[in-house]
Ligand binder design. Structure first.
Ligand SMILES: [Cu+2]
Length: 170
């Protein structure tokens, strides 16, 4: 805890220094030189181009790995899941490994989210759970074991307790 306190105090000190630098730089008495407006416009255009290229690069690098919902398979297992503050109700909490499962998701009160974690605690996939707007999440879970489901959408004071599990069996 002492380490965290020191980090916190250090970050506060850095924040105060940044604040002081900005405060000093924006006082009228600091503006002795005339403002180089054309120069700032040029730099702004360069910065805009840098941001556009960086965003386009990030999009190109990640879009192929975006986990779109898998196409429905004929032999899939269908499970209805309803979310309500602060828990999930499954029509069936046992799932066959290696066979596609379609979670049909909805909520009774406010928006929630359905996030699946594998038995090692690694995030697998997630979808929104919305009142009056059913959604579906299709996924194939190959590894048997106990999977955790957590709410991924802040839904009230008990949000952090909104965790449950289901079993994937061979
Ligand atoms: Cu929540």
């Amino acid at each position: 805890m002492v380490v965290f306190n020191l980090i916190y105090v250090g970050l506060c000190a850095i924040g105060l220094v940044i604040f002081a630098v900005i405060f000093r730089s924006t006082r009228a008495s600091q503006r002795e030189r005339p403002l180089d407006i054309a120069g700032w416009k040029r730099r702004e255009n360069v910065w805009f181009a840098v941001v556009c290229v960086a965003l386009a690069g990030a999009l190109a690098a990640t879009i192929v790995k975006t986990p779109w919902n898998a196409a429905a398979q004929a032999d899939r297992q269908v499970i209805d899941v309803v979310a309500a503050q602060y828990g999930f109700t499954f029509s069936d909490a046992t799932i066959e490994a290696g066979r596609q499962v379609e979670f049909r998701l909805t909520a009774n009160d406010v928006n929630h989210a359905f996030a699946i974690y594998d038995p090692d605690g690694t995030f697998v996939t997630q979808a929104q759970m919305m009142p009056g707007w059913p959604s579906s999440l299709r996924v194939t879970l190959d590894e048997p074991g106990t999977y955790a489901v957590r709410c991924f959408e802040y839904c009230g004071v008990g949000h952090h307790q909104m965790v449950t599990t289901f079993e994937v069996v061979p």
